[in-house]
Design a protein around this ligand. Structure first.
Ligand SMILES: [Zn+2]
Ligand SMILES: [Zn+2]
Length: 648
């Protein structure tokens, strides 16, 4: 007679409260097997968690087990940890881990032989050797490498990967966005050939599924692999994980903002801990949270201050926009920057002009003294709302009419920050009619356009590139001599606790585009706040003093890493409904001890897809208090974001 076995199964689809269901089957199934089972009238995928004793209630049978080996056990532990740490159903964690289209049959791609790799021939620099020794000598789980742009961090990742493969261990390398960082993938493929499995956001569902199946195969065969790809690659099944690398670890793409709102850094640290692997973080401008962890000895820390080509990073020239004499032929571009661009173009070299678009959200600055209109409670910039003719604080909901004169200098030339790439492009066309100008921003950025602009730049067919964040990253062009930041304040005066940090990072990144060839290049930073520490420190590449000041400010104002944050957002069909629900809940939260609740206030983007969004920010030194709130939201119209990377 057949034995009936019982299993606890975690559905991969969100089913409200039901997180673990019991089924029966005649099959003997190991934990980690993926099965199809009935839920109501649907057939859903689930992961077998464990065998279970016969329950008191009637069970349904498992429909079938997918012809896949069981998922590695480290992924189980990680899914449980994520569900707990981010106060989410475990089904969301599994949903984030497994590729879509799992039940589809995919044509097998024959696996080629995995051969030992070929590392680049040229010798490591003394700096690179030192960092490798420091990582080897450290007993810490996590190691932070802070290396200026062009310091050869990729080569260090390659060496560490080769060491892991030699121990028969797999490696996961996370990159912010492969489309913008093609060199790093190329470097890994060149070094490790078919051992590399690369994934990126532009792959189709079928392609991504196939990469995942190949990874699963290597688990069965015990073959080490090198996985290179975005955030989601953190969950790839691999055989004997030995190393996780997170490149450009400060990037915001490592935070998932939908469904399961997790951050890849703590999640990677947890996976590394479970697997007994090492985590290596790399960045020219790491987040101050990581710097603080290094400062208290929780992670080890290496710095590389020299570029591989030994050309020093140029000092940025700060141009004070309050000085109206600097603007002779253009309202937006100072004469000094314009002349530099002109000289660069006429000597056959290239210029990049960077504009931040996110800031077109209308903070107000006095063009005479640089004073920013700020919330008296939160000390964060107020945002102007043209429909209400009012400034609003998006944290505490403080409101005031637009001031006519500057309270600081009595000047009357108060300006809203903003101004898009198109306007600057038009201005340049007018001023430099003979230059070949191209524009790159979110609106114009299809993959094909991106590739065509890159290749035209390489061939010297473009003289000036105007763009947003898209041009700040990854561009490695030896002939860029001049870099200009049109208005650094648009980032600086966003009403958010990370604004100064983002400003420092962006100025450094954009500046890093210059001087990658044989000349140091020149960098111009236009700003109304020439004395702001984020701007002066970024201009002189003085990361340590920036980080120290920024951490002190965070400590005084009560922001991470000194408190934990929880952002609660309600979505409603009318402003009245959103406001009244938010006020009611905020009042209840304000009665609790051990936490501070701020708001409610309209979200930075109050109306999204026809719904009204209001937010409450909760702070606490005790993270479990926040997890508890996130676990017990009043109704499904609320969403919780633990450890948000901004409060916008
Ligand atoms: Zn003023
Ligand atoms: Zn406020």
């Amino acid at each position: 007679m057949e034995t009936t076995r019982y299993y606890l199964v975690a559905p991969v689809t969100y089913l409200g409260a039901a997180q673990r269901l019991t089924y029966h089957s005649a099959l003997e199934l190991e934990a980690g097997r993926i099965v199809e089972a009935p839920v109501g009238r649907r057939q859903l995928l689930g992961v077998v968690l464990a065998a279970s004793p016969k329950p008191a209630f009637a069970t349904k049978p498992i429909t079938r087990a997918l012809a896949l080996p069981p998922l590695p056990s480290d992924l189980h532990l990680l899914a449980d940890w994520m569900a707990d740490y981010y106060a989410s159903p475990v089904s969301s964690a599994w949903g984030a881990m497994l590729p879509a289209g799992l039940t589809r049959k995919r044509r097998d791609k024959s696996d080629s032989e995995i051969s030992p790799g070929h590392l680049p021939e040229h010798a490591l620099t003394p700096e690179q050797n030192r960092v490798l020794e420091e990582i080897g000598a450290s007993s810490q789980l996590c190691h932070l490498i802070q290396g200026v742009t062009g310091s050869g961090k990729t080569r260090i990742y390659l060496e560490l990967t080769a060491q892991a493969l030699a121990r028969n261990q797999s490696v996961i390398v996370l990159v912010p966005e492969i489309i913008l960082t093609p060199q790093i993938v190329g470097a890994f493929e060149e070094a490790f050939g078919p051992a590399v499995l690369a994934s990126h956001s532009k792959l189709t569902e079928a392609e991504r599924h196939r990469v995942w199946l190949q990874a699963m195969d290597s688990v069965t065969q015990g073959t080490p692999r090198v996985i290179v790809g975005p955030r989601s690659c953190l969950f790839m099944p691999v055989s004997k994980l030995g190393l996780i690398v997170i490149d450009e670890c400060h990037e915001s793409t490592y935070k998932q903002e939908q469904h399961l709102r997790y951050h890849a850094l703590p999640t990677a640290a947890r996976r590394a801990r479970i697997a007994g692997a090492k985590l290596v973080l790399g960045s020219a401008t790491p987040g101050v949270v990581e710097v603080q962890l290094a400062g208290v000895g929780r992670i080890s820390y290496s710095k590389i201050l020299q570029r591989v080509n030994n050309i020093p990073q140029s000092q940025g020239k700060i141009l004070d926009m309050r000085n109206k004499d600097l603007f002779t032929s253009s309202k937006f571009i100072t004469q000094q920057l314009l002349s530099a661009v002109e000289d660069t173009v006429s000597s056959g070299r290239q210029a990049l002009l960077y504009i931040n678009r996110r800031g077109s959200a209308s903070s107000q600055v006095c063009s005479d003294c640089g004073h920013v209109t700020t919330c008296p409670n939160c000390l964060l910039p107020l945002t102007f709302h043209a429909d209400l003719l009012r400034f609003i604080c998006h944290h505490c909901n403080f409101r005031m009419p637009a001031p006519a004169i500057c309270p600081e200098c009595n000047g009357s030339d108060l300006r809203l920050l903003g101004g898009g790439t198109k306007r600057i492009e038009d201005e340049l066309v007018r001023l430099l009619p003979h230059a070949r100008i191209a524009r790159l921003d979110r609106d114009s950025a299809t993959l094909a356009h991106l590739k065509s602009v890159y290749s035209q730049l390489r061939q010297g067919k473009i003289d000036i590139l105007v763009g947003t964040q898209m041009i700040a990253k990854g561009l490695d062009l030896p002939t860029v001599d001049t870099v200009g930041i049109i208005n650094a304040d648009t980032m600086l005066h966003l009403p958010d606790f990370t604004a100064a940090e983002r400003t420092y990072q962006l100025i450094s990144q954009v500046s890093g585009r210059a001087g990658r060839g044989d000349r140091p290049g020149q960098i111009f930073i236009q700003t109304y706040s020439p004395d702001h520490p984020a701007i002066t420190a970024a201009a002189s590449s003085d990361f340590d003093s920036f980080a120290a000041r920024e951490l002190e400010a965070r400590r005084l104002l009560g922001y991470p890493p000194y408190v934990y944050l929880l952002k609660l957002t309600i979505r409603a069909s009318s402003r009245e409904a959103a406001t009244s629900a938010a006020e009611k809940y905020a009042a209840a939260l304000k009665r609790r001890t051990g936490i501070v609740a701020i708001g409610p206030a309209p979200a930075f983007l109050e109306i999204q897809r026809g719904s009204y969004h209001w937010v409450i920010t909760v702070k606490s030194k005790n993270r479990p208090l926040l997890t508890e709130i996130a676990h017990s939201l009043p109704d499904p119209h609320w969403t919780a974001d633990l450890d948000p990377i901004n409060l916008l």
